[in-house]
Every structure is written in structure tokens, then in C-alpha cells.
Design a protein around this ligand. Sequence first.
Ligand code: A2P
Length: 314
Amino acid sequence: MHLVPPTEPVVGRVVENTPCTRGKSASFVRHISIDVGGTALEGGFRAGQAFGVVPPGTDSKGRPAKVRLYSISAPSNGEDGAGKVLSTTCKRVLEEIDMKGTDPDHPDRELKHQLFTGSCSNYLCNLQEGDEVMVTGPAGKRFLLPEEPERHDYLLLATGTGIAPFRGMIKDLLEAPTPSKSDVHLVMGVPYTTDLLYDDFFRDLASSFPNFHYHTVVSREIQPDGEPGGYIHHYLDRQIHLHEDLLSRDRTLVYMCGLAGMQLGVFKMMAERGLGDAYLKVKPDYAEVAPAEWDSHSIRKYVRPTHRCMLEVY
Ligand code: A2P
């Protein structure tokens, strides 16, 4: 970790910046590849870690902009196979916000509704091929594939850009000289079908590798079978016949990356189905509370992931 510390960023160069949504989507998500060859980051990152970006300029208080972390979506040997090119999956942050209650000195404070454009995500998404960008990292030591990947099967759960680390990990597993024989189930949750990220890539992999299974969960559309849209835990629960066996094996690891709400939903589902023991540990103070009553505040305090459950939720 921290081969390049936040105080001494190095210069990377953008080599690719392309949309990664499926067709026309209301959200803008881009796959951005950065050449870090010749810096301390070259060959020094792994799928599942993050790297830092230092945007140019200053913050609203005139201080130098701080480093922001982005999940690496490249495999551990980089997009180029030689560890020189890392990548990320970046969504433009566009929100309508109420300026009241923000910084009292903000010039737009009296305006009620304003478009807020996340400064670093839009800076990154605007970069052109050849542009320089200041980078740091890597960061993260737990959300990684295990040392002996073949000894495990995997349930990988992502919402939105939470897919980034899984793209890299799945490439590590399946695009290796000897592709993994482990069972890998990827479940991807998005609002609309057009928001599916790297969809063609995962579909192609699923048709090439019988041990790779790609599941999509669309929250705001009626499903092809007439069922309403839902979240990842609804899908896992509905399709429990597909996942019960996987979750019951003592070699399975579960990874979740994306919205924090997913952790609550999935933990409740596992506990209610009697499948949670390997993946979550309930503190004694909370043992009497039925899983149906768990809430996001309490699970952070009383329900901890075990060594077989990796979380990257925000
Ligand atoms: P929705 O927004 O319809 O409530 P994105 O990051 O692109 O917005 O996608 C996040 C996806 O995760 C959306 O489909 C969103 O649904 C869904 N989502 C929201 N809350 C939860 C939750 N508690 N558990 C699982 N998925 C969730």
C-alpha cells in the first residue's frame, strides 16, 4: 500500500476514456485507463485495491484539492498485461441540491435548487486521451482475492460502479494462463437495463466459461418474467435454489461492493435463511433481535462480517 503517498503524487497519462454503460443511459459512467508506467505504481497494484486522484485547483476554501480514492477496475497485471496501465469505473456525480444550510459564505447560498456537479468525478470523466493526471496509491488490503484462489468459490455482489473491483478480479481469475475452475457468481444491481456496466464483457465471459455465472438485477423495470424490479437481496431470496448450495459450501467467499443498504438486505436474507453463520457474526447483545428487525444503524455496530465476507460499501 501507499507506494505513492498522497503528499507526493506522480503523473499518469490517460490512455482510454470510454463510456461503459449499455447504450443510452441517464447516468454517465466511463471506463478510464491511466498509464502509470515508470512510476512506483507500475506493477504495484492489485485488483480490489483503490488508487488516488488529485484533481487540479483548490477547494471552496482555497486549499489545494484533496486526493479522492477510486476503485481499480483493471486486473492485477494491468489493462496492458504488464502492470503499467490501471483503470477505474467513474460515474459523473450530478445532483440537484438545496444550497441552504451549506457554507454561509457560499455565493449561491440563497438559491434554493442548484445542480451540483461532483468536482473530481467530472474532472476525470472530462479527461482526454493523452492528458496528464496526478495519481497516488494503491490503498486497501482486505478487499482482495485470496492467496490461493482455486481453493474457493465466489459470490460477488455489486450495485452500480461497485462493479469496478469485480471486473479486475474476474479477469484475474478467468483470463489467467490457466483459467480458474472455481464457481464465480456475479450479481449486478442497477436501476435500468441501460445502466448495466461492462455488460457485453460479462455476457461474453458467461458464454465462454461454464463456471462463470452473470446475474443482473434491475430495480426500476418489470422483469421479463413479470416480477417487479428489486434489489440484490430480493433476487437472491427469489432464486435461493440457485444460491443455497453455493452459500452452504465451506469454500465460498462473499464480496459486496456498492451501496451500504445492500449489506443490510443481504445480511438479513442470509440470517433469515439460516445461511449466515459463515459470513456474519452477531454480537451477543444483539442475538435476541430477529433478523427481520435489523436496521442499518445497528448492524454496523452488532453484526460483523467474518473472514469469509469482504465488504466495500458506502
Ligand atoms: P434504486 O435506485 O432503484 O432504489 P446506481 O449506483 O447506478 O444508482 O445503482 C444502484 C442500484 O442499487 C440501483 O438499482 C438502486 O435501486 C439499488 N439499491 C438501492 N438501495 C439498495 C439496497 N438497499 N440494496 C440493494 N440495492 C439497492
